[in-house]
Design a protein around this ligand. Structure first.
Ligand code: B12
Ligand code: SF4
Length: 438
């Protein structure tokens, strides 16, 4: 069979003013460019898990009507998307099915809402795809019935057995980063989190040798590739993390990952991160003070416990030459309009290299979403296209939706000016050049 793997690959924000700000502010534009071009690692894993003997092709569509015409020549197409582009993906799926192509859909959104997706796809896969996919492929070959296939009904994915993702299928598309996974999941459970924790699997670390093997597969094809770990929280286990960094040193790569603040507690790990080419860690601080964080992480209220160390931790990490991108979520239940100045002050004092501010977003499948539905606070139910992190779709409790919008404009205008960005970067270099730890 000819099998197509189609990734929805756009970046989305519907709020006109934020979009306009994004077009004019240098710090913002730079950040968008850095993340705007990444392949779908989920589909590359599926391709690698496809039984032998099929003709495999990788495609991308930036919007509903931009899928390459060749997609329609496939017998089976696997579509992957997140919530923001789900309606565009459904449009493509409907069109393909009208042309007789079998369509399978998977990923975070359809895992949360499989029944919705089944109206547009022959096969809907809930959860991790690797062990389910061969069954979907043989169902299509044997003209068996479609439906919803749940990973929980198959053997759990053993991360020590994951194949090398089929990076070779990407051809010479101009990505500015290539993704690799070192870990899956996260031990914490923040109520708003729409990452792979939603796939309901525990936190798992991959064998270091396999991570190195996958990076080598990328650098063989693209010798100067920048590596992005598509992890939720890489450095939870510090002993394994050091082993990973030691193994990365000889590869002479530059890399980025997402982690939590505890990385700042381990000087040896920070040193190894720097030596192995870590250029940036992205850390979800969510809010600069404890009151708004209470209860947000639901297992141990861990972020409330960490918050007092935030400023010192950012400086400590940066003193090792690893830049920090601190992420804040605006509109948490205890946020009042004072939050915008608080975040600005934090950024001015802690001087992280990058700051990301996004709006609290009720992604389907999250505890936050369920709570806001129960409280009647979703403004446009089912408007998944607003799941961009930059569009308000709920009634905040400590301010109005209008105040929340005005606040993110106000803050963005101050955080991302050329002067503010330059100042943070200058501070980073002075922290790095006069390390606290020497
Ligand atoms: C890489 C990435 C991107 C890339 C995606 C590249 C692409 N074309 O797919 C780009 C830069 C384009 C991107 C864009 C956006 N992203 Co993004 N992105 C990520 C990131 C960093 C990693 C995702 C990843 O590679 N995971 C690893 C793979 C292996 O997991 P997976 O995709 O879930 O796949 C597994 C299963 O889900 C399943 N599966 C997946 N697809 C399919 C399909 C089939 C047929 C089957 C059978 C199985 C299956 O099997 C896979 C293997 O087990 C995550 C954050 C993170 N650290 O995870 C955010 C994240 C996924 N992004 C997010 C968001 C909000 C966005 C944007 C809205 C940002 C914006 N404002 O534009 C857009 C939305 C684009 C869209 N399509 O809707 C949210 C998504 C939340 C949600 N549930 O919707 C995340 C979780 C970040 C966050 N914490 O908020 N993003
Ligand atoms: S720490 Fe980050 S990845 Fe983990 S549950 Fe919270 S938001 Fe999600």
């Amino acid at each position: 069979m000819k099998i197509g793997f189609l990734a929805m690959s756009g970046i989305r924000a519907h709020d006109e003013k934020l979009l306009k700000l994004g077009l004019t502010l240098p710090g913002f534009v730079e950040r968008s460019r850095a993340i705007a071009s990444l392949p779908s690692l989920g589909l590359l894993y599926l391709a690698a898990s496809t039984p032998e003997g099929h003709d495999l092709h990788y495609f991308e569509a930036e919007s509903a009507d931009t899928e390459p015409p060749e997609v329609a020549t496939c017998d089976l197409v696997a579509i992957s998307t997140f919530s923001a582009q789900i309606f565009e993906a459904y449009e493509i799926a409907d069109r393909l099915r009208q042309k007789g192509v079998k369509v399978a859909m998977g990923g975070l959104h359809v895992s949360a809402l499989p029944d919705e997706a089944l109206a547009h796809a022959d096969f809907v896969v809930v959860g991790e795809g690797e062990n389910v996919w061969p069954t979907v492929v043989s169902a299509v070959m044997n003209r068996n019935a479609g439906g919803i296939f749940r990973a929980s009904d198959f053997a759990p994915v053993d991360v020590a057995e994951l194949p090398v993702p089929r990076y070779d299928l990407l051809g010479d598309r101009p990505y500015n980063r290539y993704t690799v996974q070192a870990t899956r999941g996260c031990p914490w459970r923040c109520d708003f989190c729409a990452s792979s924790v939603m796939l309901q699997m525990p936190y798992r670390r991959r064998p270091v040798d396999d991570v190195v093997r996958d990076i080598r597969a990328i650098t063989k094809l693209h010798p100067s590739a920048f590596i992005e770990f598509a992890d939720d929280n890489t450095f939870v286990d510090k002993t394994w993390s050091k082993e990973l960094c030691r193994a990365l040193v000889p590869l002479k790569i530059k890399w980025f990952t997402e982690t939590d603040i505890t990385v700042a507690d381990d000087p040896e790990l920070l040193e190894l991160m720097q030596q192995s080419g870590c250029r940036q860690v992205l850390i979800g601080l969510e809010s600069p003070s404890a009151d708004a964080l209470a209860g947000v992480e639901q297992r141990a209220d861990i972020k409330t416990k960490w918050v007092a160390r935030y400023r010192a931790a950012v400086r400590e990490i940066q003193s090792y030459g690893v830049t920090v991108n601190t992420c804040f979520i605006l509109g948490l239940d205890r946020h009042t309009p004072a939050i915008f100045e608080e975040v600005l002050h934090f950024a001015e004092e802690a001087t992280p290299f990058d700051v990301q501010v996004t709006l609290l977003t009720p992604f389907p499948g999250t505890p936050l979403y369920k709570r806001l539905v129960a409280e009647g606070r979703i403004l446009h139910p089912g408007a998944w296209n607003l799941c961009t992190l930059f569009d308000v779709n709920f009634r905040p409790s400590g301010m109005t939706a209008q105040e929340l919008c005005a606040g993110i404009y106000w803050l963005s205008e101050r955080l991302y000016t050329g002067d503010a960005t330059r100042r943070r970067r200058k501070e980073f270099f002075s922290q790095f050049n006069s390390p606290m730890h020497s």
